[in-house]
Ligand binder design. Structure first.
Ligand SMILES: *Cc1c(COP(=O)(O)O)cnc(C)c1O
Length: 420
């Protein structure tokens, strides 16, 4: 990682043929890599009874991908109605689905309860009274506030809009019991793209402490603790990867200690998106223009509608030029899309090989929060998604948007109104 050597070796030699067949640009995902990482995660936590990954659907919301996750035994973490629908259509049922909304709308409660329900993860105490039919199993999202310092992307917990405060925990579960809840979970999400595994270990420790506190006060035994997602991946070649096995060992030890002291331990859930999917996707785009002004610009046929992270977070994504992997990085380029925003750049002032029109560029690590974050601003449409299957064949798993798609929301019945 980033982008595995194995994915490169299978993708790069056939990239030109894939581009010729499907046209550019496209994201392509690696089934073999997704499965290997999924298995690695399960293996790492096999010492905890009932460990389960709930794949964060927002990272890569594609039914074909969700089916793969389901096959690996994963559940789904959703936070919107379309994500719930997609998870259910991909085989998720009941407690396979965790619904973690915030600022929740009544329609969302109805959708969460429909079709066999799901695990409802409440974001605030004020929502307890608003759940129409209170479920037997309920979970709260905990925000430690000043007890944790947060990490860079997700920020300081005190400023985060998510979850209930430390002081609200006991009353939240008490109120839930009064509404008939009998089974309980506890959730938090305090990191994003965190490669320092000890931060995640501290999160597990924190949840175990809260579980102990709530049990002492209310006699509740938690069925599960969900430590959230936020496991980081190395986007830059020099980034140190997160040490998954060291992390899993320390967390497993914490759960075992809890079991020794209390005679039971909750199950552990995780809801990774980036760790599971991030390295197993790439955006392939073709060079269509070249411009030399105050800087040297390479213009490609994708833009930030296909990958927002560089523009939004100033994020680094590694870039290779197909067929020029071994050439000297003798030029300095900005690689840009065609959107009328100057931050529509995939790379800025990067040393790269000499790039010519029609070259294919591979932008690494777009498997999570890549296509999913795209938008249509400026009439720039989102590209297709492909899956490189384990047998080496390619499957189209989402077509590119068309101009007709863009105009769909303008098909409606006239509705004029005079409030006077
Ligand atoms: C976004 C999100 C995740 C996934 O985060 P990653 O950084 O992709 O692991 C998990 N849980 C919740 C509640 C989220 O909002």
């Amino acid at each position: 990682m980033p982008m595995s050597q194995s994915f490169k070796e299978r993708l790069f030699p056939i990239a030109n043929e894939i581009a010729a067949h499907y046209g550019t640009p496209f994201h392509i995902y690696d089934e073999a890599g997704l499965r290997a990482t999924g298995e690695e995660l399960q293996q790492a936590f096999s010492g905890i009874d009932g460990f389960r990954e709930y794949f964060a659907v927002k990272a890569l919301p594609n039914p074909r991908i969700l089916e793969l996750m389901k096959e690996m035994g994963f559940g789904f973490d959703c936070s919107s109605i379309p994500e719930l629908i997609m998870s259910r259509n991909s085989g998720g049922q009941g407690e396979d689905i965790m619904f973690t909304s915030n600022n929740t709308d009544p329609e969302e409660f109805a959708a969460a309860a429909a079709n066999g329900g799901c695990i409802l993860n409440l974001d605030d105490v004020s929502l307890i009274a608003k759940v129409p039919e209170f479920p037997e199993l309920v979970c709260f999202r905990y925000n430690p506030g000043p007890r944790r310092t947060g990490n860079i992307i997700i920020g300081n917990p005190v400023e985060a809009k998510y979850g209930i405060t430390h002081e609200q925990v006991i009353s939240a579960y008490r109120m839930a019991m009064e509404r008939g809840a009998k089974r309980f979970g506890l959730h938090t999400m305090v990191a994003s793209n965190e490669r320092d595994y000890s931060y995640i270990v501290e999160t597990a420790r924190m949840l175990l402490q809260i579980a102990e506190l709530v049990e002492e006060e209310l006699g509740i035994r938690f069925e599960f603790l969900n430590i959230g997602g936020g496991l980081g991946i190395p986007y830059k070649p020099e980034d140190q990867p997160l040490d998954l096995s060291a992390m899993a060992k320390e967390i497993t030890d914490l759960f075992n200690e809890f079991k020794t002291t209390h005679g039971y331990a909750p199950r552990m859930y995780m809801e990774s998106g980036r760790w599971v999917a991030g390295p197993h996707g790439a955006l392939i785009t073709k060079v269509i223009n070249h411009k030399s002004t105050y800087r040297n610009y390479v213009g490609v046929d994708a833009c930030m509608s296909a990958l927002m992270r560089p523009a939004m977070y100033d994020a680094y994504h590694h870039l290779d030029v197909i067929g020029k992997e071994d050439q000297d990085h003798s030029e300095v380029y900005d690689v840009v899309g065609s959107l009328c925003e100057n931050n529509d750049k995939f790379v800025v002032q990067r040393n790269l090989p000499v790039i010519r029109e029609n070259d294919l560029l591979v932008i690494h690590d777009t498997g999570a929060h890549g296509h999913a974050m795209g938008f249509q601003y400026n009439g720039r449409l989102r590209p297709k998604e492909l899956l490189l299957r384990t047998d080496g064949t390619i499957e189209l798993i989402r077509r590119a948007e068309t101009n007709e798609d863009y105009f769909q929301t303008l098909n409606f019945e006239p509705d004029n109104f005079d409030a006077k």
